[in-house]
Design a protein. Structure first.
Length: 283
């Protein structure tokens, strides 16, 4: 049987595909753009079309599959968007659903991941909830523009700390549970890096590695929102979600360091400095 990886072209899904196929699992890489998946994975995975909002695509994606890595694509803001696919998993007799959730959702009902976790559990599906903190890839992705152009970390996180994790480590942890569904049935893991950094420390690391003077601009939430909507021209509803997440971060919700990654994989999480060195071209 095969493992279905949703969001296979995304930050985490791509690493889940790589980690599973490296360990000899047969992997089905799913997304709405099958040509992108073919180019990305070649022989590493079998590409299939899966649109979570189109139940007509479910049977083809689930054929021959007994385990699933499930993500909520960021633009699907309502938890209900994922319910039809979760119902289909139940019908299909899946052995384990590893759901990419979010650190702290067990105590916070507002992010959609909270209701999605509850829906998976209520469906009686064997689950492993993967709850990561902030991805290091946020720095090399969405926030890299200001680092590159202005030598500024333009993030409204105040003086708070964040225990960043590399999406590559999340991919390794997800592959670990998916390879051994019986052992990891009905479990939850909060995945963080090994250190909790404030954004002045993030700017110091970026400066050290790039050799430039990069500073933390520490914008207010409103200034950040206006800039990302007006200058960056990003979708206001997406920007509002990030504002809410940085508000929570200011309250300390992103700071905790947990041992879960090491307990699960036997490895130390990759450090932010190592990440910046490996992805220095992004900055
Ligand atoms: N960023 C963080 O710090 C952080 C921290 C904790 C949790 N999370 C959670 O992680 C999740 C995002 O993971 P990610 O960053 O790995 O994703 P991502 O890089 O944003 O990629 C999204 C993926 O979803 C696929 N997709 C888009 N629309 C789809 C649809 N209608 N049906 C099926 N697939 C679709 C895309 O592939 P195609 O284009 O091929 O369809 C793509 O592979 C979110 O739920 C987010 O809340 C993020």
């Amino acid at each position: 049987m095969e493992v279905l990886v949703t969001g296979a072209s995304g930050n985490v899904g791509a690493y889940v595909v790589e980690e599973l196929s490296r360990r000899g699992e047969r992997v089905v890489a799913a997304g709405t753009d099958v040509d992108k998946l073919k180019r990305r994975f070649g022989e590493q995975a079998r590409p299939v079309v899966l649109d979570l909002t189109d139940p007509g695509t479910y049977p083809g994606a689930l054929a021959g599959v007994d385990r699933v890595f499930l993500i909520r694509p960021p633009h699907l803001g309502k938890p209900e968007d994922l319910y039809p696919f979760i119902d289909a998993l139940k019908e299909h007799g899946i052995q384990l659903v590893a759901f990419l959730s979010l650190m702290g959702v067990e105590k916070n009902p507002f992010p959609p991941h909270h209701k999605i976790e509850k829906y998976i559990e209520a469906a009686g599906l064997p689950y492993a909830h993967i709850r990561p903190g902030f991805f290091m890839q946020n720095l090399s992705g969405i926030h890299a523009a200001e680092i590159k152009a202005m030598n500024q970390v333009f993030i409204p996180a105040g003086k708070s700390r964040t225990s960043f994790i590399d999406a590559a480590d999340i991919g390794l942890a997800a592959a670990t549970v998916l390879r051994d569904p019986k052992v990891y049935t009905n479990t939850c893991y909060t995945l963080t890096g090994a250190e909790s950094l404030d954004y002045d420390q993030v700017a110091e690391i970026l400066s050290r590695v790039t050799g430039r003077n990069i500073t933390y601009a520490r914008p207010g939430l409103w200034k950040y929102r206006q800039y990302y909507i007006r200058q960056r021209k990003l979708d206001p509803s997406y920007v509002n979600v990030t504002v809410a997440l940085y508000l929570m971060t200011r309250l300390g919700t992103a700071a905790a360091v947990t041992p879960d990654f090491t307990q699960l994989t036997g490895r130390e999480p990759r450090s932010l400095e190592d990440f910046v060195r490996r992805h220095v071209d992004c900055f």
